[in-house]
Structures are given as structure tokens and as C-alpha cells.
Design a protein around this ligand. Structure first.
Ligand code: DGY
Length: 321
């Protein structure tokens, strides 16, 4: 008999087939009020689970998964689970680092360019017929090339961003991280510093740190107050890493120039969020890794991870090992 696996995100046919050759799949399109009873019944039977980061499975849910051996997520982020709780049950959480670094760095750079050059605001002006004459300084953007980029969280994605900024845009790179990243220092002349110094001296601040108990709310009112008045804030990690109300205030009062956000405290972002009213906020619907190629590679990686881990091999891509 094949082990039972709970699949809670639609997969492309080829990868669903591959999963089905190894496991007896119990399939759900997400987890919501309408399928709660069936989903929780399947969770109690599952030896493996596989799905995306959008579905939160807190400890009280996972306590019901009494047969669980492996959790595999189609994401690099793992904040939808309590990693320590799963580690205490010797359940590995497998994730997909590596395959999404370049695409996510492209997204972050898009946010940098769009905010600096006011791309969406000006595009809307053209589309809405408000382009009546040559624009003046009140609508000019600010340069990206040659500026200072501060990266908070110099992991794989941070490094891919530093590569673009340093090699392509001649930017000065500085970073704050739990530990030094000597590779980034060597390859991109990145300068290591504490967060406060980074905030006070960067033209662009990009947060790329994972959401953990330590990083939750790490950028708030005090931190935005340290930033330069012309600086731009980018968040590509998780919404809860920052205090969103403090950011809104900093944008409304022009304490900082602009923000580019791919992640929010609540996703999808409610349409009545004050962020939606701000010309100096560029908002993406959590699309860091959302290209056809990369999302497919992430699924392949997550299926591989599950197959390997279910046979006892957690040597690659285990987030809580
Ligand atoms: C990730 O991989 O963690 C992305 O944020 C998509 O969820």
C-alpha cells in the first residue's frame, strides 16, 4: 500500500502524476470553511503533506496529524508552520530554496525601478488621459544607478539582488545579517553593518529576511525614522516583518520617499488598506517567484523533496533539520 499524502495545492498534471506513482493522494484545492471537515479528516490520515505557503497550518491543526512524517512546502518560506513544534516530533519540513533566487531578485529589482522612476504612477497618468504636457520636476523620479542599497537579510536572494545592483547598476552594497556573508563581501564589495547604521545611510533599503519570532515587527516607527527622507523601502520577505501602520505613516507624511511591497500583513491586501490610496506605494500581489518557469521548478523540487524525505533522506532542503 502506498503512503497517504495530503496535497492541498493544485499541481501541474505531470507532477501530480509523479506524486501519484509514489503516494495515495488525498487532494484539496486549499483549506477553507467549505472543506474543513474533509481536510482535517485527511490530515489525520496523512503521512506526508504538500502545499504552498498561502495556507497556514498552525500547531493546533498539526497536532491532529498524528501519522505525519514529512511536510513539504512549495515555497522557500516556512512561516506557515511552527518549525520547532514539528522538529520536536522529528518531522522534517522540506522547502524549495535555490530554485527561486534569481526570479525573486528580479521582482525585487522591479520594485526598486518602479518606485524610483514612479513607473506605475506615470503609466496610470498616460492611460487615464492625464498626460497633457511634458512632465516637470514634481513628477521626476530618482536615480538607481550609483546609489547605496542596504539589504537586510543577505541570504541567497539577497545575494542575487546584490549581484544585479553591483554589477548592473554600479550600486554600493551594504548589508545587515545574523552573520557575515564573506562571499557577498568578496563578489559585490558588500559592507557588513548593524541595522540602524544601514537604515541611516542607504538610499534603498530592501528587507529579505525570513519571518521568525526574532524578525517579526523588526522594522517599525523607530526604524523608519532613521531612514533618509529621500530613501525607498522595499519588502520582499513577509508582511509581518514590518509594522505596516508605521510604514503607512512614514509614506503619508513623506518621511521616506516611497515603498515597494510584495508582501503584506494580511494577504490578499484588503482594498480599503490606506496603502492603496498612496501614489508613493507600489504594491505587488506576492509575486516574488511567480513566473511560469520558476513556479514549475518549485513544484518539481517540492515533489522531489517529499519523495526523498518520505524514504528517510532529509539531507537536502530541510528547513528544521
Ligand atoms: C516563498 O517561496 O516563500 C514565496 O514567498 C512564495 O510563497
Amino acid at each position: 500500500m502506498k503512503p497517504k499524502v495530503l496535497l492541498y495545492k493544485p499541481l501541474p498534471d505531470d507532477e501530480r502524476q509523479r506524486l501519484a506513482t509514489h503516494f495515495d493522494i488525498m487532494e484539496f484545492d486549499g483549506f477553507h470553511r467549505d472543506n474543513e471537515i474533509e481536510f482535517l479528516a485527511a490530515l489525520r490520515e496523512a503521512e506526508g503533506i504538500i502545499g504552498g505557503s498561502g495556507i497556514k497550518l498552525p500547531t493546533e491543526r498539526l497536532e491532529q496529524a498524528i501519522k505525519l512524517k514529512v511536510a513539504s512546502t512549495i515555497s522557500v518560506g516556512t512561516d506557515q508552520y511552527d518549525l520547532d513544534y514539528l522538529a520536536s516530533r522529528n518531522i522534517p519540513v522540506m522547502h524549495t530554496p535555490g530554485v527561486l533566487n534569481e526570479t525573486t531578485a528580479d521582482t525585487l529589482f522591479t520594485l526598486i525601478m518602479c518606485t524610483a522612476r514612479r513607473a506605475l504612477e506615470l503609466s496610470n497618468m498616460v492611460k487615464e488621459g492625464r498626460w497633457k504636457h511634458t512632465i516637470g520636476p514634481e513628477l521626476y523620479g530618482t536615480d538607481v544607478h550609483g546609489k547605496t542599497l542596504g539589504i537586510i537579510g543577505m541570504g541567497r536572494i539577497g545575494q542575487a539582488l546584490a549581484k544585479r545592483a553591483h554589477l548592473g547598476f554600479d550600486m554600493k552594497i551594504q548589508y545587515a545579517n545574523r552573520r557575515r556573508n564573506l562571499q557577498a563581501e568578496q563578489d559585490y564589495k558588500a559592507q557588513y553593518m548593524d541595522i540602524d547604521s544601514l537604515l541611516a545611510s542607504s538610499d534603498f533599503v530592501c528587507v529579505m529576511t525570513p519571518l521568525t519570532a526574532e524578525t517579526a515587527g523588526m522594522i517599525g516607527e523607530k526604524e523608519f525614522a532613521l531612514m533618509k527622507p529621500d530613501s525607498i523601502f522595499i519588502n520582499g520577505s513577509r508582511g509581518k516583518v514590518i509594522d505596516e501602520s508605521a510604514l503607512i505613516k512614514a509614506l503619508q507624511t513623506k518621511q521616506i520617499r516611497a515603498a515597494g511591497l510584495d508582501v503584506f500583513q494580511q494577504e490578499p491586501l484588503p482594498a480599503d488598506s490606506p496603502l492603496c490610496q498612496l501614489d508613493n506605494a507600489v504594491l505587488f500581489p506576492h509575486i516574488g517567484s511567480a513566473t511560469l518557469e520558476t513556479r514549475h521548478n518549485m513544484v518539481v523540487c517540492a515533489v522531489d523533496n517529499l519523495i526523498r524525505a518520505m524514504s528517510g533522506d532529509y539531507s537536502q532542503n530541510c528547513a528544521n533539520g
